[in-house]
Design a protein around this ligand. Structure first.
Ligand code: MN
Length: 193
């Protein structure tokens, strides 16, 4: 069995001006595909070949983890985006208000942590495994909070390849605009799944 990822659910130019068609072309078409191809090369004819993508993220180590988790993280990132404005479902809004105090508090914490995530990595909205409350967490490189038992709801890729063609060094501008393109129905479905 080899791993694969879903096609994009929107056209490559559909997120403009937030993310350009050129960035999507490199990011989805080259970076993500390379992680998928490399993971498949590494697991071929090994016991890991029988595992699903999510099982590889939970169980693999080293280069297989890095490439499989990058494939998984990217799919989760692209699945969390929508070209059309999505209203936040009531249940999700209530949970955000309850755990962060307000949506603005959540947004500010997410922007601050994503902007400050040093080097290459991901910033996540999760349900914390210990507290059961929503939390914003940073991971580095291919890291994913599910390896710590958290439930993941949303992520933003803050590797430079995600934004550099459009924003150069201004990561904060990319992170701020991200909020206008989140598929909150996807986030809500992850809360309830
Ligand atoms: Mn990326």
């Amino acid at each position: 069995m080899s791993i694969s990822v879903n096609p994009l659910k929107f056209a490559a130019n559909a997120l403009e001006p937030f993310i350009s068609e050129k960035t999507i072309g490199f990011h989805y078409g080259k970076h993500l595909q390379n992680y998928v191809n490399t993971a498949n090369t590494l697991i071929k004819d090994t016991p890991l070949d029988s595992l699903s993508l999510i099982e590889l993220v939970k169980k693999a180590e080293g280069a297989v983890f890095n490439n499989a988790a990058q494939a998984y993280n990217h799919q989760f990132y692209f699945d969390g985006l929508s070209p059309q404005k999505v209203e936040i479902p009531a249940a999700l809004a209530e949970k955000i208000n309850s755990d962060f105090g307000s949506f603005e508090n959540f947004r500010n914490e997410f922007i601050t942590k994503a902007t400050g995530n040093f080097g290459s990595g991901w910033t996540w909205l999760v349900v914390d495994a210990k507290s059961g409350k929503l939390a914003v967490k940073n991971t580095s490189n291919a890291g994913n909070p599910i390896t710590e038992g958290d439930r993941i709801l949303l992520t933003i890729d803050v590797w430079e390849h995600a934004y550099y063609l459009d924003y150069q060094n201004l990561r904060k501008g990319y992170v701020e605009k991200f909020f206008d393109y989140v598929d909150w129905n996807f986030v809500n479905s992850n809360l309830n799944s």
